[in-house]
Design a protein around this ligand. Structure first.
Ligand SMILES: Cc1ncc(COP(=O)(O)O)c(C=O)c1O
Length: 368
């Protein structure tokens, strides 16, 4: 087996070429031609009218909440199983995160649980398309419409996934992406916000640039943020966009291989899509429900040179959210306790993915 990577980025000559071009031009910071080019290309690819490049997925979520006027006294609903970066931005704007349990099939927010926690203070929901799998957007959008809530999609892990023929990140009011090193494509560190409303996106563009009205020089009519993407990052982004199709095909192929090799085993459960959804399989992951010691499975795989990762810890485990307790989130805990993320980097060879799956079966069999 060649070296196996969990979620390492796939960078090569094209990325070097674009980066050198940016360096040679002298535009390495937050001004430069690659930034608008990247925004336009990304928006077109996603089928969205507008896009603003940002410094990170977290910054994108922060700006989305801020732009929608969410602040102290407001509640925002999020799933209890997600990366903490889905939730920290709610705290940045002074609002209150309200947690909802997940669905056992999709591992995403359960729309029924989401509806149960709506109060008169609820202003928005943040569905997170975990590991690239689209949430039950039909139900979520219907509930949001009925209760007049904003929908901010955390599409940081789901670039290329779709629901009912539309890309995740274009279904809600605003969609947020991350180009962190382990994502489908990377800019080193960066993000994007998509939106349908021109004025809203123009205002976000102004906010991320220190709230500067450039037509009047260094004039700042309101408080802003330094959340712009750099030209160096956008150079990487453009190179990665050239290769996006290849990355998405690989992710899909790895999923097919894992399915072919592992789906016959009743002790291995895959994340499942809702009808009309197409996951991007960013991070192929499984539940191993009757295994008591996932750490030992991980160690044995590691001995074979196979890196794995546990799921995100339920956010109720962290001091700042612990008052929520764990009893209201049985599905979150069940999935967390049994879940294992498998190597999904597009650097991996298909035959290695077959091997990884077979090694996993061997380890699970050995135990029985
Ligand atoms: C679900 C989720 N939300 C938000 C983020 C934040 O993105 P970034 O690291 O670009 O700030 C990430 C990734 O890191 C993520 O996985």
């Amino acid at each position: 087996m060649s070296e196996i990577f969990l979620d390492a980025p796939n960078l090569g000559d094209l990325e070097k070429r674009y980066l050198c071009e940016a360096i040679d031009s002298g535009y390495v910071s937050t001004v430069g031609p690659f930034i608008p080019q990247f925004e336009q290309r990304f928006a077109e690819w996603m089928g969205s009218p507008w896009a603003v490049a940002t410094q990170s997925g977290t910054a994108s979520l922060h700006m989305a909440l801020y732009q929608l006027g969410i602040g102290p006294g407001d509640e925002v609903i999020v799933p209890a199983l997600t990366f903490v970066a889905s939730i920290n931005p709610i705290l940045y704007v002074g609002a209150t995160p309200v947690l909802a349990d997940i669905d056992l099939m999709t591992w995403n927010i359960d729309p029924k649980k989401m509806e149960q926690v709506i109060t008169p203070k609820t202003k928005a929901v943040i569905p997170v398309h975990l590991f690239g799998n689209p949430c039950a957007m039909k139900e979520i959008l219907e509930i949001a419409q009925r209760h007049k809530l904003f929908v901010i999609e955390d599409a940081t892990e789901s670039l290329g996934a779709s629901f009912d023929g539309r890309m995740t990140g274009t279904l809600g009011d605003l969609g947020c992406f991350s180009f962190n090193g382990n994502k489908i494509m990377t800019t080193g560190g960066g993000g994007m916000i998509l939106g349908k409303d021109k004025d809203s996106i123009s205002h976000i563009r102004f906010l991320v640039n220190q709230g500067r009205d450039e037509s009047r020089g260094y004039f700042h009519p309101e408080m802003g943020f330094n959340y712009r993407m750099t030209n160096l990052e956008a150079a990487l982004g453009l190179a990665q966009m050239d290769r996006l199709k290849e990355f998405l095909q690989k992710k899909k192929r790895y999923h097919e291989i894992y399915q072919d090799e592992l789906s016959g085993f009743k002790n291995i459960i895959f994340q499942r899509e809702v009808p009309k959804a197409q996951s991007t399989w960013w991070l192929n992951s499984v539940l191993i429900p009757d295994h008591k010691d996932l750490a030992s499975v991980q160690n044995q795989l590691k001995e074979q040179g196979i890196p794995t990762r546990r799921f995100f810890m339920p956010v109720t485990e962290f001091p700042m959210f612990s008052e929520n307790g764990r009893s209201g989130f049985p599905n979150t805990y069940q999935v967390f306790e049994k879940g294992l993320c498998l190597p999904s980097s597009t650097l991996n060879q298909e035959e290695d993915v077959v091997n990884i799956a077979r090694q996993l079966i061997k380890i699970l069999d050995r135990r029985n």
